[in-house]
Design a protein around this ligand. Structure first.
Ligand SMILES: Nc1ncnc2c1ncn2[C@@H]1O[C@H](COP(=O)(O)OP(=O)(O)O)[C@@H](O)[C@H]1O
Ligand SMILES: [Mg+2]
Length: 490
């Protein structure tokens, strides 16, 4: 089984703004507010369907599933109450220590329960961690590591699911169907096969029952998170974020929709010879089965400045990744929203293979315009326009305090460094560490900033690809490239 890579930490400032809403490092946890208070009416409904789990695990039946989730919620609620009581007469320092410990316990409990239940609820947790990093880092890491350990489904289950979905057995539908999984998918697994036309394909098979549990699991998780006191963002923002997660999740559960996204990207990149998008085998696909041409490639971790991938090739791949980012935003306004490094593969001829079209986000034209305008305003040091641009992007609270040069200039100088000189070497970039160092300053401005929900996926994509370009240690003329797509002369 091919392991999946964890999502990199996100250093994009807008992603960080959404991170800031977390109870991090104790900075935010001094005050408690109304938004933590839980009312009875928020309790998730009792419906909790049966989910089949992979071989070797005890299936969580409807009832036990519900009780495990309910137990988790009760436990984190208990923790929350405990933190309130036990910090009441303590020094601020001691109280903070207790709060941190209790939050850690709640995070552990949530991760542990999600891990036991697998399937939908784990996917929910991953989505929640993906979208705007609304889960604490520690919990996110636990969820990602759980996924790496998910045992494969037995071939029997896979064969039954294929028969149910496509009306015939794998052996009737394919010339050859590999019984061993080739890779793990987040809500299913990937097998290699040969079509009757002799085409090398992969078949992504969704675990049966995953879809049914999603909404109730999502409600449970939202409730538990609210109850844990771990979330420090406004109730309305939590609800909006979870609604966004729910929509993306349902999209991701529908492989026919993913097939459409594959076709869309194939069309958009048909003239870009360095981007490879698989082809859908439509008559071997359904809502829970996705059959695609097999496209080989090397994982970024295996690209090491050697004979196969000499320095020039790595530079070229980095330059092309950046071009792919720019094309998604400024040409097609369609974003591949899951920059997980397992979703990209590379070839020594300098081509990039794209996998996983389960999370595609179309950008509103006004968002693309605002993005471009804000970047150019930043380059030109027009800080009034930067402030307005961030309002248009939904990152700056419109009626919050206005910010100017003093606040923005240091950010500008860090983020635009790749464009100061003609050439930039991502191998020596310290942008990510410098951004992290500035987080405390941003934290003091939470009356001005909020998680920008329109640009979550865009920001994540940029932050994820920054990590990849840095990993390639790519050096090149990035300023010219960006200028071309911004239609801007540096
Ligand atoms: N067309 C393909 N050719 C070769 N490998 C593929 C292809 N599609 C997916 N894979 C492999 O399967 C893994 C999981 O597929 P993916 O579509 O990313 O599933 P998920 O949406 O659940 O993450 C990928 O990371 C990749 O290693
Ligand atoms: Mg994937």
């Amino acid at each position: 089984m091919v392991g999946r890579n964890n999502h990199g930490v996100n250093y994009h400032p807008l992603v960080i703004i959404s991170n800031l809403t977390w109870n991090r490092g104790g900075i935010m946890s001094q005050e408690t507010s109304k938004q933590d208070e839980i009312s009875e009416s928020q309790t998730p409904e009792q419906e909790s369907p049966q989910v089949e789990t992979p071989k070797g695990q005890k299936p969580a039946t409807g009832g036990s599933r519900f009780f495990r989730l309910a137990g988790m919620t009760a436990s984190v609620m208990g923790n929350y109450a405990k933190s309130k009581v036990s910090t009441m007469f303590r020094s601020e320092e001691k109280a903070e220590e207790i709060r941190q410990e209790i939050h850690r316990q709640s995070g552990d409990r949530i991760a542990e329960t999600l891990g036991q239940l697998k399937g939908a609820v784990m996917k929910v947790g991953q989505m929640a961690s993906m979208i705007g990093d609304i889960l604490p880092k520690e919990l996110t890491q636990k969820l990602m590591s759980l996924q790496n350990e998910a045992p494969p489904m037995s071939f029997d289950v896979i064969a039954k699911q294929i028969e149910k979905e496509l009306g015939a057995t794998p052996d009737e539908l394919f010339d050859d169907f590999d019984r061993e999984p080739f890779a793990s998918a987040s809500i299913g697994q990937v097998h290699r096969a040969l079509t009757q036309d002799g085409e090398d394909v992969i078949v992504k098979v969704q675990y049966p029952g995953v879809d049914k549990a999603c909404d109730s699991d999502l409600n449970h998780l939202k409730f538990a998170l609210k109850a844990s006191g771990l979330l420090k963002i406004k109730k309305q923002v939590v609800d909006e974020l979870f609604e966004e997660i729910r929509l993306r999740l349902h999209e991701e559960l529908d492989y026919l929709q993913e097939a459409e996204s594959v076709n869309l990207f194939r069309e958009q990149y048909k003239d870009v010879d360095f981007i490879i998008v698989p082809e859908v085998i439509q008559d071997r696909s359904s809502k829970c089965i996705l059959t695609l041409t097999y496209e080989s490639g090397d994982h970024i971790s295996n690209l090491n400045d050697d004979e196969d991938y000499p320095r020039e090739t790595l530079n070229l791949l980095g330059h092309r990744l950046m071009e792919f980012v720019l094309q998604q935003i400024f040409v097609h306004q369609t974003v591949h929203g899951d920059p997980n490094q397992a979703n990209f593969a590379f070839r020594s001829d300098g081509t990039i293979v794209i996998y996983d079209f389960g999370c595609i986000k179309t950008l509103k034209p006004e968002i693309v315009t605002a993005y471009r305008d804000t970047i150019i305003a930043g380059i030109e040091e027009d800080y009034d326009a930067v402030d307005e641009g961030l309002i248009a992007l939904g990152a700056r609270i419109p009626d919050g305090p206005k910010l100017g040069e003093e606040f923005y200039k240091p950010w500008r100088n860090i983020l635009f460094r790749p464009f100061v000189h003609e050439e930039f070497d991502y191998g020596t970039s310290t942008i990510h560490t410098e951004v992290v160092e500035r987080i405390p300053l941003l934290l003091k401005r939470l009356d001005s900033f909020q998680p920008p929900k329109e640009t979550f996926f865009l920001d994540r994509m940029i932050a994820g690809q920054y990590e990849s370009i840095r990993k390639l240690r790519a050096k090149g003329k990035f300023r010219e490239l960006v200028g071309n797509y911004l239609n801007y002369q540096f």
